[in-house]
Design a protein around this ligand. Structure first.
Ligand SMILES: [Zn+2]
Length: 323
């Protein structure tokens, strides 16, 4: 019986991973720079070294990985991952098997799907059968667990909650559409709202000063602090975020009658600033009975959701491979 696996979360900046026990305990944790800006070969070299280091002294044959992008998990191919590995149809599993040995069982999955599995296995939705994970980060990702199974769809592309339409004539999304949830509830969306707001010179907000000379990545945090200090414009941004999220969640509740919606990702740190609006909007739009049942909750595992989810997928796949 497999008693240890490796779960890895591959990001644009870092590779984070852990050696994970069968019971979901994290036995050893590591993090290194992914150096994704130096191209796919460098990432693969780092990834192979990372896996060797993390499995040192252990006999680990099953590895799961979460990757932000469109993943064909059946074939082990990254269909598209524009934000991190600028590759199309990249056969990640085959490349890693060549480097690490063909006896290593490698499972790859979309990162939000992995996070959904993680929260369902060891986190906020441990006791439910059907849930949706929404990750609010640079973009908005999603994963669906339906009747105790990850729903990946016919092409492995299910759960792209970030690209459901909230406002048909809304802000342009990087996917090419307009008014996607991602255009209103991601770090990118918050940066846009700040930029557009500040164009109005008569607008009175402390952001005018506090966003000067800071990295764009830090803007959501600054808007959170400004809202906490009572800045009206910043509070309005979080209301926008909460409202868009509530509209999206109402549709998901009406469509799927899930038991729980779990929200994670860095932007969800502003939970107290948007969640009341999210509930208000969802209640206004969803049918009463399924709305009453559905809990909307913050993820419990934070950064470990993806690692544990990937580990669980590796464990599950090792069981399936048993004769
Ligand atoms: Zn979109």
């Amino acid at each position: 019986m497999v008693d240890k696996v490796i779960g890895i979360d591959i990001g644009g900046t870092n590779l984070r991973g852990a050696l994970v026990s069968r019971e979901g305990g994290i036995l050893k944790r590591m993090e290194i720079s992914s150096q994704a800006d130096q191209g796919i070969d460098k990432v693969i070299e780092n990834l192979a070294g990372f896996i060797k280091d993390i499995s040192e002294g252990e006999n680990v044959c099953n590895i799961g990985m979460g990757i932000p992008g469109i993943i064909n998990s059946k074939d082990g191919v990254i269909t598209q991952a524009p934000n991190i590995l600028n590759v199309d149809d990249y056969p990640l599993r085959a490349v890693l098997n060549e480097k690490l040995g063909s006896d290593i069982n490698i499972v790859i999955e979309n990162d939000a799907n992995s996070a959904a599995v993680g929260e369902w296995w060891m986190g906020a939705s441990k006791d439910v059968n059907s849930m949706i994970m929404i990750t609010m980060g640079t973009g908005v990702g999603g994963g669906l667990i339906l009747d105790g199974k990850l729903w990946t769809g016919a092409d492995g592309m299910a759960g792209e909650i970030g690209h459901i339409t909230i406002y048909p004539d809304g802000a342009k999304c990087k996917c090419g559409n307009y008014g996607c949830l991602e255009s209103y509830a991601s770090a990118t969306a918050i940066r846009r709202m700040v930029r557009e707001g500040l164009e109005d010179k008569s607008l009175n907000t402390i952001l005018r000063e506090s966003t000067k000379n800071i990295e764009v990545e830090d803007i959501p945090q600054i808007v959170m602090e400004a809202a906490g200090a009572g800045d009206g414009f910043s509070l309005g941004i979080w209301e926008e975020v909460g409202k868009a999220l509530g509209i999206g969640i109402a549709s998901l509740i009406n469509l799927l009658n899930i038991e729980m919606v779990v929200i994670g990702g860095g932007v969800s740190n502003a939970w107290d600033l948007f969640i009341d609006k999210t509930y208000e909007e969802a209640r206004r739009r969803a049918f009463r009975a399924p709305m009453k049942r559905t809990k909307i909750q913050r993820g419990l595992l934070r950064d470990d959701a993806g690692i544990l989810g990937s580990a669980h997928l590796a464990l599950k796949s090792s069981n399936e491979k048993k004769p």
